[in-house]
Design a protein around this ligand. Structure first.
Ligand code: KIV
Ligand code: ZN
Length: 523
């Protein structure tokens, strides 16, 4: 049997944490990651203690295949999972991609709801049942650990769901996933669905039942926990809750709810919670997807007590307003970390502690940038260093690079920007007037590197830390033919940060065009 199945059989209250940040999360608009970023994130997830990493969808593109394959080579502890439709070619690609991993899982899925079967698959229910049997039997010829998902399970007819689950288990599936694909279910309803399967499917004890709850109505985490209370022993989730549309259930919220309310939910898992904040921050800097300040567990305000009454209570006894400690999620270490007096050794140690393995010359360049930053900024915080590292990583292999810029701003006008970019080594300059300096910068970008079909969907800037000398972190979202990319850039100069963010988004746009695979787009 599979490792996860054995684990739950030995410890019936053990919850398998299945992380799909690199698959369902990465699928969401603007969250695409390159190979290096995926490898970085996979290492972080492994250190965090997740049981299964869904590393990608290998048939989707050569880039996806390579990412799953490389992750399978470097991850030490977690089971590596590749997604596939109920098609032989998908399953073969997934099996090949995960081959180097010590523990391997193939995850195959097909829709079971009347709506999906009729309109998306255009298949009769009997043909779907046949496809379930064939795909799982085929997947089992590559590994003992096969997960099957009933896509749109929460809108599937109960009898048909029971028949599908029973035949999936008979065919050899060791995990059965019950996705609320469109985030439609309510917690008690989802719990009843899981409980119904335990009551009606005769061979249910031969598999682990899993939750996979999208957050369209804001109850993805509540549904997952309700599923666990009804008997599910695997939860599928993502860091920061990233994912299609409103996202997936957020791992940090599930894990901290299980820990904080152990009295109501006496379940265990393998997550080292003190690593949560680091994982969250690394993901947001990699994807340029920032976390809303009031987001549970990982938002900037999650442990901030602003009102006088609360602060007074906290000083007297932290339990008055704190249900979990900031330290339990890894906050607290992220205070003031360095100054301009910090040496190269301390800097390297800090980079390592943050979970980055960098080449010697990259570290050297980064240290020079850190010194420059520390000169202009009195105090350098952990977030500053993460922003610096990300900014450095972003630029390393880019086709388009910012060479120089000069901007004229202020009340007199006209506001202008003169920008020089390097396009694969060839420098091009444009000097443009705009309706304000940012407009001028973005227009110059379009002049140097035309991208008429891409629309600017979002531009925002925030301070990485407090103080007027703080670094600015800018984000730019571009959408081209329905596909969005998100770019970010950091600098003490807000306009430079904005330009870097735009350049980053342009580079992602180029990559996106190169990896576009019409065969699997939209699956
Ligand atoms: O939401 C969903 O149904 C999925 C499946 C592929 C598991 O992501
Ligand atoms: Zn999903």
């Amino acid at each position: 049997m599979s490792r996860a199945y054995d684990m739950v059989k030995n410890e019936p209250n053990r919850i398998i944490i299945f992380d799909t940040t690199l698959r369902d999360g990465e699928q969401s608009p603007g969250c695409a990651m390159n190979l290096e970023q995926k490898l970085k994130m996979a290492r972080v997830l492994d250190q965090l203690g997740v049981d299964v990493i869904e590393a990608g969808f290998p048939i989707a593109s050569p880039g996806d295949f390579e990412a799953v394959n490389e992750i399978a080579k470097v991850v030490k502890n977690a089971t590596i999972c590749g997604l596939s439709r109920a098609k032989r070619a998908d399953i073969e690609a997934a099996a090949k991609a995960i081959e180097p991993a010590a523990s391997r899982r193939i995850h195959t899925f097909i829709s079971t709801s009347p709506l999906h079967m009729k309109h998306k698959l255009q298949m009769e229910p009997d043909a779907v049942l046949e496809a379930i049997k064939d795909s799982i039997t085929f997947a089992r010829s590559f590994t003992d650990d096969v997960e099957w998902s009933a896509e749109d399970a929460s809108r599937t007819q109960k009898d048909f769901l029971c028949r599908s689950v029973e035949s999936a288990i008979n065919a050899g599936a060791t995990t059965i996933n019950i996705p609320d694909t469109v985030g439609y279910a309510m917690p008690d309803e989802y719990a009843q669905l899981i409980a119904m399967l335990f009551e009606r499917v005769p061979n249910i004890d031969q598999a682990i039942i899993s939750t996979h709850c999208h957050n369209d109505l804001g109850v993805g985490v509540a549904n997952s926990l309700a599923g666990v209370k009804a008997g599910a022993r695997q939860v599928e989730c993502t860091i920061n809750g990233i994912g299609e549309r409103a996202g997936n259930a957020a791992m940090e919220e599930i894990v901290m709810a299980l820990r904080t309310r152990h009295d109501l939910m006496p379940y265990t898992n393998g997550i080292e919670t003190t690593r949560i904040i680091k994982a969250s921050r690394i993901l947001s800097s990699i994807t340029s997807f920032s976390v809303q300040p009031n987001k549970a567990i990982v938002g900037a305000n999650a442990f901030a007590h602003a009102s006088g009454i609360h602060q007074d209570g906290m000083l007297k006894n932290a339990n008055t307003y704190e249900i979990m400690t900031p330290e339990s999620v890894g906050l607290g270490a992220s205070k003031l970390v360095m100054s301009k007096h910090s040496g190269s050794h301390a800097f390297r140690e800090r980079v390592k502690e943050l979970g980055y393995d960098m080449e010697e010359n990259s570290l050297g360049e980064l240290f020079t940038r850190f010194k420059k930053l520390a000169d202009s900024k009195r105090e350098v915080f952990e977030d500053d260093i993460i922003a610096l590292i990300q900014d450095h990583i972003i630029g390393e292999n880019d086709l388009i690079k910012l060479v120089s810029m000069e901007v004229r701003a202020g009340t007199k006008g006209p506001q202008t920007a003169e920008i020089t970019l390097s396009l694969g080594g060839e420098e091009k300059t444009a000097k443009v007037e705009g309706n304000g300096p940012v407009d001028a910068i973005f227009k110059a970008m379009r002049e140097i590197f035309p991208h008429p079909d891409a629309e600017l969907q979002l531009y925002q800037v925030k301070a990485v830390t407090g103080g007027t000398d703080a670094q600015a972190e800018a984000q730019v979202r571009l959408e081209e033919n329905g596909k969005a990319v998100m770019g970010s850039g950091a600098d003490v100069d807000t306009l430079v940060a904005s330009t870097k963010a735009y350049v980053h988004a342009l580079n992602k746009l180029v990559l996106r065009r190169e990896s576009f695979n019409p065969q699997t787009e939209g699956v």
